[in-house]
Design a binder for this molecule. Sequence first.
Ligand code: GAF
Length: 389
Amino acid sequence: MDIKVKQEVPASLEPYIQQGSIVSFAPGRINLLGEHTDYNNGFVMPASIDKRMYFVLNPRTDNTIHLHSLDMDEEFSVEVKNLAKTKEKTWANYILGVVDGFINKGYDVNGFDAVFTGNIPIGAGVSSSAALECAVAVAINKYSKAGLDNKELALVAQKAEHNFAGVKCGIMDQFASIFGKEDTLIKLDCRTLQYEYKPLKLEGASLILFDSNVKHSLASSEYNIRRQQCEEGVAMVKKYVPLVDSLRDVSLEMLDNYVYPNNKTAYNRCRYVVEENQRVQQVAAFLEAGNLKAVGQKMFETHEGLRSLYEVSCEELDFLITAVRDNQDVLGARLMGGGFGGCTINLVKNEGVEDVISKVSESYYKQYKKELKVYPVSIGDGATVIKNG
Ligand code: GAF
């Protein structure tokens, strides 16, 4: 095996790598600000982390797809011609959905054996599923010789999540996993998919994730409901302002006039999104100016919106925010990702990091008898193929 591949992949995958193997990885993501804005055509500021899914594909001469999850110690097989969403092994859907995306675009995908593993915490809100989809997408792109560009790959991965995992997600997670760059944030306009790389300059501060260790089974159905409520709000505004296409085009005044009188829940959801889009623009300017205090303030505001208007928080996440709210070393914090569990993201002054971690861990354990997992954020590169045949 070539030295580079050996250095990049976990040792557990090495026995599966042979002549002809395609080997890829794709990272999870954080998001500094812009939550639940992506499927509303808004703005987000994610970055890819240094935790990844690794995928090894070995070509076969027949049409069988054989998948092996090392972490779950489970296997799944299907013939290419029978490829469909499975209830048997739900993890397989992330892979099958991507293969299906290539086939639907008219590319031939032959059978293959695949083995994968990763070090991304599952269910922590850092997008292990998007990482798997993207690791598969870059590998199948080589295997099928489709030659899709990075935007197309992110869209194929997103579609897999919609059609095979049943979550009507936006584009943020897959985009960040594919386009990520070391030490860099991506400011993405989810309507046009235009993006800017912004070096993450946190003078004297660090980003730390606190994993509540809560995984709510309702998260994906509630997620789809939020999306629908936003669409309902847009439809109400559109009756009066036909040019409006998404919440991106909607003002607070339009919401007050056309949504509030009809549907208070839709109003709250839409108001959060419209305000969150404004916050992303403000935070981009604050970062540029090096004003981390103001960035942190916006993070707290986002949490409050997600809690009270969008209603995607939960008791444990709120506890984690309250625990740092008055700590002078914490500049800002909020729940990160879809919500209903997972992580909070915290902007912490470097000199206070140790103290904050030990205080929050202790109080969290005292309250919930659950261990708080802590991940300092380190921003790594996006998805790539490290061995092609
Ligand atoms: C999940 C989704 F997959 C993203 O598209 C995004 O909507 C996020 O929740 C909330 O901002 O991670």
